[in-house]
Design a protein around this ligand. Sequence first.
Ligand code: LMR
Length: 328
Amino acid sequence: MKLRFLTSAVALTAMLLAGPVAAEPILIKFSHVVAENTPKGQMANKFRDLVAERLAGKVEVKVFPNSQLFGDNKVLEAMLLGDVQMAAPSLSKFSRYTNSLQLFDLPFLFNDIAAVDKFQNSAAGQKMLNSMRKKGIVGLGYLHNGMKQLSASSPLRTPADASGLKFRIMTSDVLAAQFEAVNATPLKKPFSEVFTLLQTKAIDGQENTYSNIYSKKFYEIQPYITESNHGLLDYMVVTSAEFWMDLPEDLKGEVKKALDEAIAFGNQVAMKKSIEDKQKIVDSKRSEIITLTPAERAQWVEVMKPVWKKFEKEIGADLVDAAYNSNK
Ligand code: LMR
């Protein structure tokens, strides 16, 4: 008894001498699937650095790139369970939580990133950040990567060239319909598996931006890239409603500010990379970049655009119109 009292007294004295225990910073684990040298990778690192600069000891961001922690099939579930706090999946990967974001997958909807920006910044676009609230997911902002190109093991100039080929796609029914429209077979597979699927010839092609094709070395094993600009690869930075609501207001404001700045930086990286990474692929001479004539491109538009009608009801015809009108 005496000994126990003595031990407690020693422990108490030691605690008092050590002073108040410093609170641990709030940890934001940010999980993503791409390389660090990409628009999303650079954005996440910038966010981590800005938070470290401004909120040291209060909030800490740890970034897990390259599907290190979670691949795209699991990250949203993990976020809802509190295993990660932030992610930025491509807009094609939310269909389990909302139909409306399928909008961004409609082929040939946006002419360029300026039109995408215009729509995302409109009231309708901003409202879509909240489209998964009821499912516990909060959209904090959009991030660009760029327009997608088609890479393949054989040259693709017209839709007939894609007929019978297998293409890896993200988990989106719109993207599946898009490839079915050219009589190709779409396969929904995680990003982390694409290189091996291409290398082992389990698939013939895939669609992605120049920065993903370059950073994941798809160009080294895909001899042809068709500059189709047929679709968009953009992201939504998301967190869980639970985490966001629990974050103290003053910190929330600072975290959001740092994120907005990091997104603006990531968007600049996206613009640069769409030009620079294309050039690196050209310089490598590993893959030929095919430029379509207006007549060839028109054929892709003609066969793929009917996909819009199929999904118009699920997405909302008003949203499709609003997005299309942002090209003007
Ligand atoms: C893909 O899965 O092809 C891309 O969305 C990966 C990414 O996050 O850019």
